[in-house]
Design a protein around this ligand. Sequence first.
Ligand SMILES: Cc1cn([C@H]2C[C@H](O)[C@@H](COP(=O)(O)OP(=O)(O)OP(=O)(O)O)O2)c(=O)[nH]c1=O
Length: 201
Amino acid sequence: MTALPPDPNLKLILGSGSPRRRELIGQLGLVAHDVRAPDIDEDVRAGEKPRDYVNRIALEKARTVSIADDEVVLCADTTVALGRRIMGKPEDASQAGQFLRAMSGRRHQVITALAVRREERMWQRDVVSQVKMKALSDREIGWYLATGDWQGKAGGYGIQGPASAFIPWIGGSFHAVMGLPLPETAALLTAAGLPVMEIAP
Ligand SMILES: Cc1cn([C@H]2C[C@H](O)[C@@H](COP(=O)(O)OP(=O)(O)OP(=O)(O)O)O2)c(=O)[nH]c1=O
């Protein structure tokens, strides 16, 4: 991964409509100059493995967002994998319920892929985390679905919200499960020349 020198005039574009990602870049002390949500087809290809899928989607998002030469765009994709099964954002509460029943009492993986682009150069990383979900009763699933918190979240749950009551253990990065691994994000943006964690002279 080639690293470019820091350029104080470079502007950060958040290539994501996810409010979680906007909040998480704030933890790195970053404020996006603009937010441009990518609009791409997120369908899984036949036989595609979860890790290949998320990396492909993150790259496609970063290619799709229009940027000027003094801008760098950060895109990400998060998906839940139960073995080879890919669980994206559920279409409705019934599908969210199916996902939760499938994950109940088991471990699954959450993969977040990052893609940073500046002009035609691309920097990419992925982070794989393991998440254990306790055995869920129908009552617990019903309660969670009624909160509406499952909407717009891969696998139909958010570790940062009420579903935290279902997750006794994770191995990996909490922030990556939530949508953006922070050390890796800082490293990719730094490599692309965006000043992150710089001490003013
Ligand atoms: C597993 C999990 C996912 N999520 C969220 C993170 C992502 O926003 C979402 C997965 O969908 P993504 O397709 O990664 O992102 P998005 O559609 O929300 O936004 P964009 O494509 O514009 O970047 O699921 C949580 O917030 N908490 C969790 O615990």
